[in-house]
Design a binder for this molecule. Sequence first.
Ligand code: SAH
Length: 394
Amino acid sequence: MKVIKLRDGKERSLLRRHPWVFEGSIAKGKADFGETVRVESASGEFLCWAAYSPSSSIKLRAWSWDEAERIDAEFFARRIAAALAYRQRLAVDSNGVRLVHGEADGLPGLIVDRYDDILVAQFLAAGTEQWKGVIADALLAATGCTRLFERSDSGVRQLEGLTPVKGWVRGEGNTEVILTESSWKLSLDVAEGHKTGYYLDQRDNRREFASWVRRLGAQEVLNCYSYTGGFSIAALAGGATDVTSVDSSAPALARASRHVELNGFDPAHHRALDADVNGTLRGFLKEGRQFDAIVLDPPKFAPSAAHADRASRAYKDINRLGLRLLKPGGLLCTYSCSGGVGPELFHKIVAGAGMDAGVDAYIVDRVGASADHPQTLCFPEGEYLKGLLVIKRG
Ligand code: SAH
């Protein structure tokens, strides 16, 4: 077993159970791609077992802080069983559930979503890449599923020196799934959809949106960055009669339109706009259009804190436009999935947008990702999705 020794004082974050060690913290030692190593402090105390990533600036990702634990097939089976047990207790109202959420489940570099009877996984770090076969078998054994599709086509793999991979790891066949969420049906293709196919992290927020639309009697609803129309279906379910989905992806919008019919809503109540959101908002402002409720759920503007400034301006801009387009008493549901923009900064950005728009609003809720995308106390980087729900003051 290879030993990696840290510089004096650099053991502190591992002692707090934070699972990452950066290049600059290492005093001595090297290992192969994804190899399990023993990590020791400068004075030679055991700190953790970890996976080594030769190409990444995150050189080590901790598997276990227990010196007696072996990193083997049983280890992965135990961690997966624990992750599944947590999800079972959540009683998620959907056949689409995030089963493994990386660091938060003690499996850094592994994402697993279940879509009905298909598992979809992302292997994003050297350690999980190296154990892929073992992890795949453990996942099938624990869930009873027979098929696992890999969507390791995320950009972050490049940081590990890995090329994108997409395809069946176990089983084969049709990649289309019908998801049920609340009482709605949503289709997706695990091979072609964004991320692993769908945005499961917004599940609770879509449901909450439906209930606010009903409570406020919202009729005219604008869903910006709609993807396949999840929030649009929520709006129709809440009783809205004039819903516009805006996205720059034509296939996603085609699916949004199909979802309207799949759920038995009147197609005349929905419009799909294949366009840039920013330009669309400006256009609506010129036309004098006003809405009862607006959703802003953009892609990640700030992948890391280094991009926070530029991202802040982009968030502020769309939020300013959104607030201006609301009728008095209208609801804005605004989200950010940028890890580099924390909840406090996001709140400030939306407040600044309100100032610029000359609008004040009641904050009616502050939200995050659904609980199957857990954050943990030891890993603050796990917090990424945050949302503010505000009602424009009349
Ligand atoms: N709200 C969605 C998820 C949104 S993901 C849901 O609940 O499922 C972000 C979406 O923004 C993607 O579908 C992407 O195609 C779209 N997008 C990215 N940049 C855009 C732009 N400038 N204008 C319009 N849509 C954009």
